[in-house]
Design a protein around this ligand. Structure first.
Ligand SMILES: Cc1cc2nc3c(=O)[nH]c(=O)nc-3n(C[C@H](O)[C@H](O)[C@H](O)COP(=O)(O)OP(=O)(O)OC[C@H]3O[C@@H](n4cnc5c(N)ncnc54)[C@H](O)[C@@H]3O)c2cc1C
Length: 382
């Protein structure tokens, strides 16, 4: 059998890590990215042991560990500082890894450096538009510039609004789940956190939750944020307008601060406009197939199962997709691919379903009391 040749659409964290995983299995691949450079949506991501174990196996972990903030637990506290719950995000002793919070751009740069060392090609400025033909043996697709390309397998790692997914689900549009995160980054020292007070923390009051999570290697900066329930989403232009109104966003972050401990009031006392972000939460419904009938077109990562960021598992789950998929392809000569891919999707979807449940619990916990009961009610009604 001739060596496999895989095309990956998208150079986000899924696409870049997939290229490294395939390379480890001695499988040829090329990444095609629509932008002139990798997408950087800003902010930091939290990586948990399930993903770090994979990144370790791919030789990535050791290169990024010292470039982010390592920690083990997230705490939930009430306004008086009473510990309500400890959420274990990592543990060296139990799982072999602490959790890592790392700037997305730092992480992506390191992955790009690894791809370069391994001579894996990324073609920037190549926007996938549509699959032209799929046979039992290969797939041909078109780019926006009119050129076409053929490979044994085409992988859509092109994110929540995936164009590749349209080949499998032409009418699917990701759904806004009625919630957005409003966040900002401020210097940790601005908060005047009492000595011995553990961060990351979510401080819970009847007015909802307020998140404080360190970033930068030395924890010198914190992400602060709240979740906001919103009836309707917007179109892209609407979100742009919403995000452009920085005064209103600062106001939202400051709203009800007097009901929180002093460090929250300090946190929101000065918020630079260029450090504010809004993250509307969209989700892709459970999909029956992550592969086309002939198994030459596959989707993974956010393209297959975008998960809102509440429980911080979106990219962690994508790394699980990627690693398992590459392992299966590495065995392509020995296993029946049809069965292997069905097993892959079934296994992965069960994990995603568990994470979605965890997300729902986290979202409910972070909302004001009154919205929590509304959420429970709508859950009972749905
Ligand atoms: C605020 C926020 C915080 C988050 N925090 C965490 C966290 O702490 N932990 C965690 O695990 N996850 C987190 N996530 C989720 C995580 O960011 C996503 O799951 C992850 O980025 C998905 O990666 P991806 O590579 O699948 O998709 P993307 O990052 O969206 O990458 C897709 C790539 O494909 C390219 N592309 C798109 N269309 C085309 C096309 N037609 N042709 C060619 N290229 C194309 C895009 O330009 C992009 O580079 C968070 C998300 C948000 C919004």
């Amino acid at each position: 059998m001739a060596p496999l040749n895989i095309a990956i659409i998208g150079s986000g964290l899924s696409g870049l890590s997939l290229a490294l995983a395939l390379h480890q299995q001695n499988i040829l691949c090329t990444i095609y990215e629509s932008r002139p450079a990798p997408l950087n949506i800003g902010g930091a991501v939290m990586l948990s042991p399930n993903a770090l174990k994979i990144l370790d196996a791919l030789g990535i972990y050791e290169r990024v560990r010292s470039k982010g903030y390592n920690f083990e637990t997230l705490e939930y506290k009430n306004g008086s500082g009473k510990l309500l719950e400890v959420y274990e995000f990592g543990s060296k002793e139990k799982y072999g890894y602490e959790a890592l919070r790392i700037y997305r751009t730092v992480f992506i740069d390191e992955l790009l450096a690894m791809l370069k060392e391994k001579d894996i090609t990324i073609v920037f400025g190549k926007k996938f538009t549509k699959v032209v033909a799929e046979t039992e043996k290969d797939v041909t697709w078109e780019f926006q510039d009119g050129s076409t390309q053929t490979a044994d397998i085409l992988v859509g790692a092109d994110g929540i609004h995936s164009r590749v997914r349209r080949y499998l689900y032409p009418d699917l549009v990701p759904a806004f789940i009625g919630m957005a995160g409003v966040t900002a980054a401020v210097p940790t020292k601005q908060l005047k956190i009492p000595t011995g007070y553990h961060i990351p923390v979510t401080i819970m009051t009847p007015n909802g939750g307020f998140v404080i999570a360190p970033q930068e290697v030395d924890g010198s900066e914190v992400l602060i944020g709240k979740q906001k329930r919103m009836g309707e989403g917007f179109d892209r232009a609407g979100w742009d307008r919403y995000m452009a109104d920085k005064d209103a966003l600062v106001e939202f972050l400051q709203e009800g601060a007097s009901g929180f401990p002093e460090m929250v009031q300090n946190a929101v006392s000065h918020i630079p406009h260029d450090k504010i972000n809004v993250w509307p939460f969209y989700a892709v419904p459970t999909l029956e197939n992550w592969a086309s009938e002939k198994r030459r077109v596959i989707i993974l990562g956010d393209a297959a199962h975008a998960i809102p960021p509440s429980a911080g598992q979106g990219i962690n789950q994508a790394f699980e997709d990627v690693y398992m998929f590459a392992l299966l392809l590495g065995q392509a000569e020995k296993v029946e691919m049809q069965d292997a891919l069905s097993f892959w999707q079934d296994y992965r979807q069960k994990r995603i379903t568990k994470v979605m449940w965890l997300n729902k619990q986290t979202d409910l916990r972070r909302m004001p009391k009154e919205a929590q009961s509304r959420g429970r009610l709508s859950k009972r009604l749905s």
